[in-house]
Design a protein around this ligand. Structure first.
Ligand SMILES: Cc1ncc(COP(=O)(O)O)c(C=O)c1O
Length: 372
């Protein structure tokens, strides 16, 4: 069977060459007679894999020496608890920007550990996920956060469900906050260049642009490693994990190995600036098709549209089922929108080639012509 064009929001498509290489190495990694899955995480073979993976990741995002890169577990949802437990020592509250379902979830979980102050939200983010379709004006953020004894300011750089993405608004202010900035970049990490020095903490689950589910990437400023609450489990304490080179306990070895192959692939393509240009091209093609049609509509404000997750609706909702089944016949799968928003969502992460998006827009145009 030929491979489909997989528009899943996550776990998402991986580069085909990565999957082929993993298949080749499945039974016998580089002549050692065993699978990576069977290696001790402390073996010299795995140490080589792990260190290259971490170095390649640092290279891709130009991570400065001031920041640690940790490979953890628990996913981004786990981080909603792990982050407060690591950063709240000496503080009672933190500031939150709510722009959709994921940031809202983070804020809610924080309330178990401290006082969550929502300093900015898009009018409906708290009440109505489907209507939370823009990035609010960030100009007032400095006034709302500074001088308030906040442990940190949290935001989600790309809201995977509603397709709302920041475009550097908070990074541009980051040096002026009197607390560190914490960003959930689960669904857009490695898709644009970043100034990591501006962030206290960046985290993300792997299953979009990094690799298979199971590993959680954390980039943390070393200056923040002394802020953990005593109740923080050792396996989730950044300082402990950093001191032990992400091997305090057994890490998700195979997921990290695949992530390493993805990083190698991305470096070969031209790195994060290549991914950024490619993402722009794919997103423009898809949004352009939506905006020039009378059948499709994207509810997100133009300047805040995600380059990774493209939600769209059909003017006649009764056509949704037919759209999905005809798309599947063309090998275009996982296009159904999140249940809280409805409609469609095409996730076009780094591993989705431009060709896949071309096939999708061709299908969309044809569907509009014949069915609408
Ligand atoms: C922006 C964002 N944050 C958090 C999560 C949750 O990640 P996980 O399921 O790995 O905990 C997701 C997953 O889709 C996401 O897209």
């Amino acid at each position: 069977m030929s491979r489909v064009w997989n528009f899943s929001a996550g776990p998402a498509a991986l580069p085909e060459s990565v999957l082929r290489r993993a298949a080749e190495e499945m039974l016998d990694w580089q002549g050692k007679g065993l699978s990576v899955m069977e290696m001790s995480h402390r073996s010299p073979e795995y140490t080589t894999i792990f260190e290259k993976t971490r170095n390649d990741f640092r290279k891709l995002l130009n991570v400065p020496q001031s920041h640690e890169v940790l490979f953890m577990q628990g996913g981004a949802v786990g981080m909603n608890a792990i982050v407060p437990m690591n950063l709240l020592q000496g503080f009672e509250q933190a500031a939150f920007v709510n722009t959709g379902a994921w940031s809202k979830k983070t804020t809610k979980e924080f309330s178990k550990y401290g006082i969550a102050r929502v300093v900015l939200d898009n009018a409906n983010a708290l009440a109505d996920v489907a209507a939370a379709c823009y990035v609010p004006d960030c100009a007032s953020l400095l006034d709302r956060v500074n001088g308030q004894q906040m442990a940190y300011l949290h935001y989600c750089d790309n809201e995977t469900i509603s397709g709302v993405e920041f475009n550097g608004q908070i990074e541009a202010l980051a040096g002026q906050f009197d607390c560190p900035v914490v960003a959930d970049m689960s669904s857009n990490i490695l898709s644009k260049t970043l100034d990591v020095t501006k962030y206290g903490l960046i985290y993300g689950g792997a299953q979009k642009n990094v690799g298979p589910a199971g590993v959680t990437i954390v980039i943390v400023d070393k200056a923040l490693l002394d802020r953990a609450l005593p109740i923080c489990p050792s396996a989730f304490t950044f300082d402990t994990v950093a001191e032990n080179g992400s091997m305090y306990n057994t890490p998700p070895t195979y997921s990290i190995y695949i992530a390493g192959l993805v990083f190698e692939w991305l470096l070969e393509q031209g790195g994060v600036s290549w991914a950024q240009a490619q993402a722009q091209q794919k997103a423009s093609l898809l949004y352009g098709t939506i905006d020039t049609s009378s059948l499709y509509n994207c509810p997100v404000r133009v300047e805040d549209r995600s380059r990774m997750n493209v939600p769209f609706t059909l003017a006649d909702e009764s056509l949704n089922g037919k759209f999905l089944s005809l798309a599947a016949e063309r090998g275009l799968v996982q296009l159904k929108g999140h249940k809280s928003v409805g409609g469609m969502r095409a996730s076009i992460y780094n591993a989705m080639p431009l060709e896949g998006v071309k096939v999708l827009v061709e299908f969309m145009r044809e569907f509009e012509k014949t069915e609408a």
